[in-house]
Design a protein around this ligand. Structure first.
Ligand SMILES: [Zn+2]
Length: 415
């Protein structure tokens, strides 16, 4: 098992910057030539592509939020015209919005750096409990695990009972998925009469798509002897950052240019200050330059004891806009508006809070002539179709309770 994925992880920050600046400049020039939509953005802002020579030059370009990308893709399906039409696309993933993402390439091993830093290698049998269905997660985590040599059990979103059986029968050593799902697998094992630590071999866990609460991390590590690692990315741009053995911030991936910006100006904030995480993945296929994740974080530029020289993100402090993640999936105001249009314009509000370690989604829906309170199940199904996420509680409210001044999404979780 390798300590570092490759030599780039130890390179001097100035060398890394030079390498990334060169790739960035090439990407912008290629995008201008190949993608009419990207050319239009530059022309609109009177930017000569040859002038973009380094990451600092990016600031004159607009940040493209998830909402904006959805809007652009609706106008120009499937990729908003941001792709290189001459490139072969291996896979097309989708995520709620909907957003379509051309997978960069099967030879671009997302997450492998993260798994390497978590000490996962050829001796591991890894249970990949991320969905393989439509979304990017399952297959991209799978490829990363294979790249570091691990044997993968593609369990996806099978029930926790099935996951326990797989962990037991196959001698699984590492778990990849959300922290809340691991917590429910552990409690399922208990119900089935097992002692998770004594009876099973799971010693490592890599989490993404959901925040790992410190209390839950402590339970996993102290009570169950599982070494835990956090990974951070977005389906639109792939892997962005990952935790090392020091567990103090997440190292930025070599393939991504990350800016921390003031969401109101799009300009970089000083290192250490909170701002929006804006990502550009260096690649010759999809010219999504300056993708605004909507996540808030800070940049740590100090040296890390693990030996990696890449700067780190100090976790995620929250969300910039109103779009919130529920159990790892985004719910955006645009989706609720679409939903409202399908139920005769009835007012809708989504309220997210936490019950134990789980996200809990309550949806408040105005009774209307189109939808009576007897049709809750139909609405729940429609909600799941549009927003992907399941409603935990549906509350019908009288007409006029939800005024136009109310927020569409209320996030009551403490981050
Ligand atoms: Zn480190």
């Amino acid at each position: 098992m390798k300590k570092f994925y490759d030599a780039r992880e130890k390179s001097a920050p100035s060398n890394r910057k030079a390498l990334q600046d060169k790739a960035l400049s090439a990407m912008v020039k290629l995008g201008y030539k190949k993608s009419p939509a990207f050319k239009k953005i530059l022309d609109l802002h009177k930017i000569n592509p040859a002038k973009i020579k380094c990451r600092e030059d990016l600031e004159i370009l607009p940040v493209i939020s998830r909402e904006k990308l959805v809007e652009m893709q609706l106008k120009t399906p499937p990729y908003a015209g941001l792709q290189n039409p001459q490139s072969a696309v291996d896979r097309i993933f989708t995520s709620p919005g909907p957003v379509y993402e051309p997978h960069l390439s099967e030879s671009d091993y997302l997450w492998a750096r993260a798994f390497c830093a978590a000490g996962i290698g050829p001796d591991d049998v890894a249970l990949n409990a991320f969905s393989y269905h439509l979304v990017a997660a399952g297959l991209t985590f799978h490829a990363g695990l294979r790249k570091v040599g691990a044997t993968v059990v593609p369990s996806g979103t099978s029930s926790s009972q099935v996951q326990v059986q797989l962990i037991r029968d196959l001698g699984v050593t590492a778990y990849v998925g959300t922290p809340s799902f691991l917590a429910s697998i552990i409690s399922q094992a208990k119900e089935m009469g097992y002692h998770f630590k004594k009876d099973f071999k799971v010693k490592k866990a890599c989490f993404a798509a959901e925040p790992l609460l410190p209390s839950l991390r402590e339970t996993f590590e102290k009570e169950y002897g599982i070494d835990t690692y956090q990974m951070y990315g977005a389906t639109e741009v792939g892997d962005v950052a990952y935790e090392c053995s020091q567990k103090n911030g997440w190292h930025l991936c070599e393939e991504t240019v990350v800016e921390i910006v003031d969401p109101s100006t799009g300009r970089s904030v000083a290192p250490g200050e909170l701002g929006e995480v804006v990502v550009t993945r260096l690649n010759p296929i999809f010219f999504l330059v300056r993708f605004g994740t909507g996540d808030l974080s800070r940049l740590m530029t100090q040296k890390c004891r693990c030996g990696r020289s890449a700067y780190r993100l100090a976790g995620i402090a929250g969300r910039v806009g109103e779009a919130v993640k529920v159990r790892g999936l985004f719910v955006a105001p645009s989706q609720l508006k679409l939903l409202a249009s399908k139920v005769g314009g009835a007012a809708i509000q989504a309220v997210v809070d936490r019950r134990g370690h789980e996200d809990h989604l309550t949806v408040r829906l105005e009774k209307s002539s189109v939808l009576s309170d007897k049709e809750g199940e139909r609405f729940k199904k429609l909600f799941r179709e549009i927003c992907t996420v399941r409603i935990d509680e549906l509350e019908f409210v009288e007409s006029g309770v939800l005024t136009s001044g109310e927020k569409l999404i209320v996030d009551r979780r403490n981050w």
